[in-house]
Design a protein around this ligand. Sequence first.
Ligand SMILES: NC(=O)c1ccc[n+]([C@@H]2O[C@H](COP(=O)([O-])OP(=O)(O)OC[C@H]3O[C@@H](n4cnc5c(N)ncnc54)[C@H](O)[C@@H]3O)[C@@H](O)[C@H]2O)c1
Length: 270
Amino acid sequence: MASGRFLVRSCLSPARRLANLPDMATYQDLDGATVLITGGANGIGEAMVRAFTKQGSTVFFCDFDGDAGSRLAKSTGATFTQVDLRNEQEVVDWVANAVFECGNIQVLINNAAKDPRIRIEEQTAEVWDDLMATNLRPHMLTAREAVPHMPEGASIVNFSSIVFELGMQPMTAYVSTKSAIQGFSRSLGRELGPKRIRVNSISPGWVMTERQKREFVTDETLVRLQNELQSIPDLIEPADVAEVALFLASRVSNVITGQEIVADHGWVHS
Ligand SMILES: NC(=O)c1ccc[n+]([C@@H]2O[C@H](COP(=O)([O-])OP(=O)(O)OC[C@H]3O[C@@H](n4cnc5c(N)ncnc54)[C@H](O)[C@@H]3O)[C@@H](O)[C@H]2O)c1
């Protein structure tokens, strides 16, 4: 156990001890912090809503999945708003409501995205623009609305992906958005540095969300992932990525800005 301003405590829950995993770290500065998360109703977003509420943060999350969002709000005490992130006014109103309730914003996490597989011959301008409006433009909108209300020491975390490094196919539109998010994060990190607001991106590897398991995971892909692609032959759970987000959100990581944190069990750079 570390002492000082930012306590990092690690106590083992029975389930995680059996799995040989430490329980979630605790960051004192996240207790009471206002945290905004997009796409928080499912997958990695859901894990982050759970992780930040467990820290004692005041969590506002949005999603267009109203049923899952309402259920999660009920079980965590986080505040859910049904938002279509493609709609600028809905994004503006969502951020304004959090500011109205809490006065300022310590942490902004841009997580929501879609990852369609579309071959270049079948791509249309309309579908392309729609994905940019879903995956990329909301990062700008939420940051534009939140930054005036972010104090020194605040943190913005944007979700990219290792598909940028891998050039995965057939996903040109998705990979383009995830590449752009890295450029956006670096540039914004420079711009907000003088305000002492940090901006980083997380590039997860293959994370075993319910949707990934339902749509893409097979026995064969798992064997290849664990035995050939990743250095560490364990599956990545949404809670593992939420841990990285906690670290980047906390002032414990105050020297890190403008960086891509690759969370892939040692795949792309190993
Ligand atoms: N799961 C992985 O293996 C993986 C790998 C690399 C990167 N990522 C990135 O991590 C992030 C989370 O991915 P995930 O796997 O948890 O996804 P997911 O599909 O499980 O969850 C995404 C959430 O975003 C919401 N959403 C999508 N479009 C929206 C819109 N227009 N308005 C409001 N909400 C919207 C969805 O309803 C959903 O709840 C994404 O940015 C994704 O690109 C995931």
